[in-house]
Design a protein around this ligand. Structure first.
Ligand code: UDP
Length: 155
């Protein structure tokens, strides 16, 4: 598993969650699962960054309101690393529409509406690589060995 244990994904704690003081709660869910935090920062995103991040959604009718929401306050951007982290993280985040997101998922537990759905997580390994490059410089990612590795993954 050694190689796939370095898979990375981008997670954003969106402005609603920062305002609602949910940053620590979101971080704790990924830490408890066993994933490794390799980059993190609080920032005010601007339109240029979000147009790149949401390039597939630029023509959608909801894009102007999504942009207003995502620029309404700071976000916390994070890179998490671990085995199957992209798929696992999407499962932990839950359905895009918080109204139908399963209980036990981050959106299902912490939010009610699609337009204020607390977090973003990359939807594929390729998307994750691209998104990480939009939000972080290469030297902002920290390579480190976690002491509990054998206990998290087995020998
Ligand atoms: N969104 C929205 N209305 C919609 C669809 C999406 O406000 O009808 C927002 C919502 O914040 C969502 C984001 O646009 O998280 C990106 O949409 P996507 O389909 O990529 O969902 P995600 O990957 O975030 O689950």
């Amino acid at each position: 598993w050694a190689g796939s244990g370095t898979e990375k994904t981008l997670v954003l704690v969106k402005p609603d969650a920062v305002q609602r003081r949910l940053v620590g709660t979101v971080i704790q869910r990924f830490e408890r699962r066993g994933f490794k935090l390799v980059a993190m920062k609080l920032l005010q995103a601007d339109r240029g960054l979000l147009d790149k991040h949401y390039q597939e959604l630029l023509q959608k009718p909801f894009y102007p309101s999504l942009l207003a929401y995502m620029t309404s306050g700071p976000v916390v951007a994070m890179v998490w690393e671990g085995y199957n982290v992209v798929r696992s993280t999407r499962a932990m985040v839950g359905d895009t529409d918080s109204a139908v997101a399963a209980a036990g998922t981050i959106r299902g537990d912490l939010s009610m509406h699609i337009s204020r759905n607390v977090v973003h997580a990359s939807d594929s390994v390729e998307t994750a690589q691209r998104e990480i490059s939009f939000w972080f410089q290469r030297d902002e990612l920290v390579a480190w060995e976690s002491g509990d590795r054998d206990y998290t993954y087995g020998p």
